[in-house]
Structure formats: structure tokens, C-alpha cells
Ligand binder design. Structure first.
Ligand SMILES: NC(=O)c1ccc[n+]([C@@H]2O[C@H](COP(=O)([O-])OP(=O)(O)OC[C@H]3O[C@@H](n4cnc5c(N)ncnc54)[C@H](O)[C@@H]3O)[C@@H](O)[C@H]2O)c1
Length: 438
């Protein structure tokens, strides 16, 4: 099939490469020429495990091509995906200006019947706006479908090629069948391709992210109760997650959620509901708790060291919003760094892949290091902020010899307080019974 994907970011590049890898001819379009030049030269502009081989293979077979021209990509395409960004806009609603620009441009270049697929996360009901924008210029017939994307950064390829389900929001059986054909290589194990109306498809995307974010915020709130009563959130989590009705995922208390999806989509759902006079209390609480949680680690540091942090140095272990990605959007590290720096501290940070992404958004006073050991050299405390695998079993003897004071703030509860304290550290986790007193 001839496919065009407009927007070559975390979603568009993964989708384009995976469609090409299953035999389709794919044009990936982006307005950012430097991004495309890097791709053509075999260099990925984002960090995503496993994606480099697929992109390299697809470019070599000439099934995957890159262009800045929507015209070039759309004229030959049977299916066009819109995968441009929809960042937070006014009143929490997503900013759809890039989608509008692209939709208007697509309309100008349709030469025959084409299916246009919304993969960007759009406000509920916006499939109609997209159809209207395309229709303003279109000389050929088209259908607009809502096909929300559920991939997770860090395991995006795996999620894309083995999705739990694919959601297709369309009223037309022929459109659904065409997309079933395109997605068929990814659902060989029988995972469903669910047909629903476009509004329900758009709502499903927000519902999933808001629900997962609510689970995290619920655990973060409970962790405070654990601290108040002397319980341990990790034991509570184990007791909960073994209940099959609850399950294991997204039940980890920590330094707050970030990324390009949860914060934006929770805000958007609240804003979208308000446009119809509906008040959504759970998403509102989810967001409030998360905002509070992102300040927690800095608050704990100040409670231990005192509010004035002049002369104190802190080692950040990890910067990205979660492991296996370089994405810094809404990462808790941004706020923690700013709080500590504003209180007079020095911050030295190490992340396995996010330094380059961090440099454009993180406070410029942060110093970048080549390892957690270098970051910990002369530091008064280490703060585990992102649970990268390589931080799980560091050389503790080396860590101890680097740190000025043996103090560890475990922002993701990945360490055993007993083990850490037995080495002579002061340990501060999130809702852990054996945390030292603040
Ligand atoms: N990142 C995720 O994990 C994820 C998961 C599911 C859904 N989504 C949704 O998918 C959409 C894309 O997200 P992303 O993370 O891939 O965004 P991104 O910012 O990584 O990529 C968007 C790309 O679109 C390009 N673009 C913008 N305007 C353009 C135009 N007029 N013409 C051509 N290219 C243009 C940008 O240059 C950029 O490369 C968003 O709506 C997001 O909410 C993201």
C-alpha cells in the first residue's frame, strides 16, 4: 500500500517505519528539514530502542522515504496519517494549529479517493474539523478516520508492532476494512481491531491516559498516608496488584508522572469536558496530586538540609521523564532542578541518553556529567529521579567514595531501604516505612 505519514516525531516515525517494514511504500513528511537530513544519513533524531534497525532496513529497501513536501507524499498515497504534535494550548485544550495547517495542505493535493487518518491526539469531535479543513481545498473524495495511538515511548516499536488493540473510529465499513488490511501484520495473534464511531475513538484515547494517570496519582496520594501512619507503599502496592481485578501496572508511587501524553491529555480531558459544562472530578484530582508530587522530592531535600541550600551540591541520577527515552517534556527533573538551584544549590546530572534533549529545556545552571559517579563526586546527596536499569545496581562502594555525605533520595522507590541504610546511608523514599525521619 502507498502510505504517507505527516509529522515524523515519536509517533510518526515509529508508525512510518513499521508500516514500511511490513512491505508498504511510505513517505514520512516533516517540516523540520534538519530532522529529515539526519534520518537520511541514518541517524535517529530521537532515542527509541529498536527503531534504528527498522529505519535503516526500510531506507535501504527504499520503502521508507523522507520529504518536506506534503504534495509529494499525498498525491500517490491511498492512506495519509496525520501525526503532528498537539501540545497543550489555551485552557488546557490541545493546540491543533499544526493539524489545521497540514489538513489544509492535504486537501490541496488530493488527486484520487484517499483515507485520512488522525493519529494526533485531538479534542473530542475534531475529526469533523479535520474533514472540514481538508474539504476546503479538496478536488477528490476522502474519508477522515480517528485512529488514536497508544504506544509508549521507550517501548514504542514493540507497542506498535504488537498492539493490545487497534482502535478505528469510522462509520464506514469499507474504510475500516482498508485499515484492517494495513494493520493485519501487527495483529496476527488475534488482538482486536475495534471499530467504533469517531467520537468514541477520540474519547477512548483520553480515557486510557486519564485512567492510567489516575492510578499513579492514587498511589502517590496513598504514599502520603503511608508516611503519616508508618506504612510502606511498596507493600500496599504488592497487596493491591496481586488482586487480578486491579493488576500490576501504573501503581508505582514516585516523583510524579511527566511526558508528552499524561499531563497534556489529563488537562485536555478536563478542558474538553468543560466546553460541554461537564465537570470531571477524578482527572482534576489526578492533575492536582501530580503537581504536588513533582515538588515532593525538592521539599524532602529542603526538609533534610534546610531551606537555604547555598554551598550544597546534588547529584541527579536520570533526567528524562521515564527510562528508555530521551523525552524531557514535563519531566519531574525540570521542576526539582529549578527548586534546588533557586535555593542556592549546585546540581550535577547524568542521564544515559537525555542530555541533548535536556539542554534546551532544563535550567542552564545544571552541570552535565558522564556517569552517576562523576555526578556524585563531592555531592551532599544523590537523587534517583529516573529509574534507568543501569542505576539499579550501581557500584555502591564507588558511590560512597564519591559522595560528600551518604544521603540518598529515592524518587522511584527502586532501592531496598534496609540494604541502603545498612551501608550507612540516610535513605528517603516515597511512602517507605524505613525512610529516615525528616
Ligand atoms: N509521544 C507519544 O508517546 C504519543 C503517544 C500517543 C499519541 N501521541 C500523540 O501523537 C501526536 C504526535 O506526538 P509526537 O510525540 O510524535 O510529537 P513530536 O513533537 O515528537 O512530533 C511531531 C512532528 O510533527 C512535525 N510537524 C509539525 N507541524 C508540521 C507540519 N505543518 N508539516 C510537517 N510536519 C510537521 C514536527 O516538526 C515534529 O517532528 C500528538 O498529538 C501526541 O499527543 C503521542
Amino acid at each position: 500500500m502507498n502510505v504517507a505519514v505527516i509529522g515524523t516525531g515519536y509517533v510518526g516515525l515509529v508508525a512510518g517505519a513499521c508500516f514500511a517494514d511490513s512491505g508498504n511504500s511510505v513517505w514520512c513528511v516533516d517540516k523540520d528539514l534538519s530532522k529529515l537530513d539526519r534520518l537520511r544519513a541514518g541517524e535517529l533524531p530521537i532515542y527509541e530502542p529498536g527503531l534504528d534497525q527498522i529505519v535503516e532496513r526500510s531506507i535501504r529497501s527504499e520503502r521508507l522515504k523522507f520529504t518536506t513536501s506534503i504534495a509529494q507524499a499525498v498525491t500517490s498515497a491511498e492512506i495519509v496519517f496525520i501525526a503532528v504534535g498537539t501540545p497543550p494550548g489555551e485552557k488546557g485544550l490541545p493546540d491543533v494549529r499544526d493539524v489545521k495547517t497540514v489538513a489544509l495542505e492535504i486537501g490541496k493535493h488530493l488527486t484520487s479517493y484517499t483515507i485520512i487518518v488522525n493519529k494526533s491526539t485531538m479534542p473530542v469531535g475534531f475529526h469533523q474539523a479535520v474533514a472540514q479543513w481538508i474539504g476546503e481545498n479538496a478536488q477528490a473524495a476522502f474519508d477522515v478516520v480517528s485512529n488514536p495511538e497508544f504506544l509508549r515511548e521507550g517501548s514504542a516499536v514493540e507497542d506498535f508492532v504488537k498492539p493490545d488493540r487497534v482502535v478505528i473510529g469510522t462509520e464506514k465499513e469499507s474504510v475500516y476494512q482498508k485499515l484492517c488490511e494495513l494493520y493485519s501484520p501487527f495483529v496476527l495473534q488475534g488482538n482486536p481491531i475495534i471499530k467504533m464511531d469517531p467520537v468514541s475513538a477520540e474519547l477512548t484515547k483520553y480515557a486510557c491516559n486519564a485512567f492510567l494517570a489516575a492510578r499513579i496519582s492514587f498511589m502517590n496520594e496513598l504514599s502520603q498516608l503511608c508516611e503519616a501512619f508508618g506504612g510502606d507503599i511498596e507493600e500496599v502496592r504488592e497487596g493491591m496488584s496481586t488482586d487480578f481485578r486491579i493488576g500490576k501496572h501504573f501503581l508505582y508511587a514516585g516523583a510524579g508522572y511527566g511526558g508528552s501524553c499524561f499531563p497534556k491529555d489529563v488537562k485536555a480531558l478536563i478542558g474538553i469536558a468543560q466546553t460541554r459544562g461537564v465537570e470531571l472530578l477524578i482527572p482534576q484530582a489526578t492533575e492536582t496530586i501530580n503537581a504536588r508530587q513533582k515538588q515532593l522530592l525538592a521539599r524532602k531535600v529542603k526538609a533534610h538540609f534546610g531551606g537555604d541550600l547555598k554551598g550544597k551540591t546534588f547529584a541527579f541520577w536520570g533526567l528524562s521523564f521515564k527510562p528508555n527515552t530521551d523525552d524531557m517534556r514535563e519531566a519531574p527533573s525540570l521542576e526539582i532542578a529549578r527548586e534546588l538551584l533557586d535555593a542556592g544549590a549546585r546540581v550535577k546530572a547524568y542521564d544515559p541518553v537525555a542530555h541533548s534533549a535536556a539542554k534546551s529545556v532544563l535550567d542552564a545552571r545544571v552541570e552535565y556529567c558522564q556517569s552517576i559517579y562523576q555526578a556524585s563526586e563531592g555531592a551532599d546527596a544523590a537523587l534517583l529521579i529516573t529509574e534507568w536499569n543501569e542505576f539499579r545496581q550501581p557500584d555502591w562502594k564507588r558511590v560512597q567514595s564519591c559522595l560528600k555525605q551518604k544521603v540518598l533520595f529515592d524518587g522511584r522507590n527502586i532501592y531496598s531501604p534496609e540494604v541502603i541504610k545498612a551501608m550507612g546511608f540516610k535513605y528517603f523514599g516515597i511512602g517507605r516505612r524505613l525512610s529516615d525521619a525528616l
